[in-house]
Write a protein that binds this ligand. Structure first.
Ligand code: IPE
Ligand code: IPE
Ligand code: MG
Length: 246
């Protein structure tokens, strides 16, 4: 018998899954660096992990999966890295369009798409349009997304509705404000996972995370596995959510 036993598979109750899991897909650069590879190789590996995890989320029966793919701050990176990320997104969306009818995955995008390359914008629109009628798992991809940017846009849109007589500031509720966000109609995330060892929010879902459970792990995103997701779900199921009550 070996001294080194495999870690036990995490126990997850499939009847008590969170409805909505969100993931900050971080650590691609460090994964590549540790292997002496260029950062873009880390992003390519991260895209593979996204495929695996999105498929697994659907198999598990999660209703919503939201992933942070590119932030409003990520434009600060070198142009060749940004370009490599955009190319990978394009490749992913082309493939998704091919397999969507089979998988019935509904895709949506959170973020200001107008700053993305035109062909990528068109692909996002096409993907969204095709999957509109599907009612399986909904995957939300955050692209040029920033929580503060989202809140500012919502505030501006609401102010404009007030100026033009369509809304009344005195009657604004949290629910009505939520409808001005990219996430309109999507329930708040129950569980937010951040791999890579960083313990921060990095401008992700600032409004929506109010009562989310957070799960941090040192695993870098390209190494994140189905088992890691199960571990996060098991940790979630061990938490007691009180929403300020007792
Ligand atoms: C996340 O991985 C991908 C994006 C932010 C686009 P990083 O590229 O941030 O990886 P690290 O944090 O440098 O390791
Ligand atoms: C957050 O990761 C954004 C995405 C994963 C898309 P970053 O790597 O950009 O965050 P910081 O800079 O470490 O806070
Ligand atoms: Mg990072």
């Amino acid at each position: 018998m070996s001294f080194f036993r495999r870690r036990e598979a995490p126990k997850v109750d499939l009847n008590r899954l969170p409805r909505h899991v969100a993931i900050i897909m971080d650590g691609n650069g460090r994964w590549a660096k540790s292997r002496g590879l260029p950062r873009r190789a880390g992003h390519a590996a991260g895209a593979e992990t996204f495929r695996t995890i999105a498929t697994f989320a659907k198999e598990l029966g999660l209703e919503y999966l939201t992933v942070y793919a590119f932030s409003t701050e990520n434009w600060k990176r070198p142009a060749d890295e940004v370009e490599a990320i955009m190319k990978l997104l394009e490749k992913y969306l082309h493939e998704a369009i091919e397999t969507m009818a089979r998988d019935k995955v509904k895709m949506a995008f959170f973020g200001d798409l107008s700053l993305l390359p035109a062909h990528l914008q068109a692909l996002c629109r096409k993907t969204q349009e095709i999957s509109k009628g599907y009612d399986g798992c909904q995957v939300n991809i955050c692209l040029n997304y920033g929580g503060r940017d989202e809140l500012l846009r919502a505030a501006k849109a609401f102010a404009m509705d007030c100026v033009e007589g369509r809304a009344d500031p005195g009657h604004l509720t949290q629910k009505a404000f939520g409808d001005y966000l990219y996430s309109a109609g999507v329930p708040d995330p129950d569980l937010i996972i951040r791999p890579s060892g960083e313990v921060r929010v990095s401008n992700f879902l600032l409004w929506q995370c109010a009562y989310a459970e957070f799960y941090f792990t040192d695993v870098l995103w390209p190494d994140f596995s189905k088992e890691e997701l199960l571990r996060a779900l098991a940790a979630y199921q061990g938490r007691s959510r009180r929403y300020g009550g007792v």
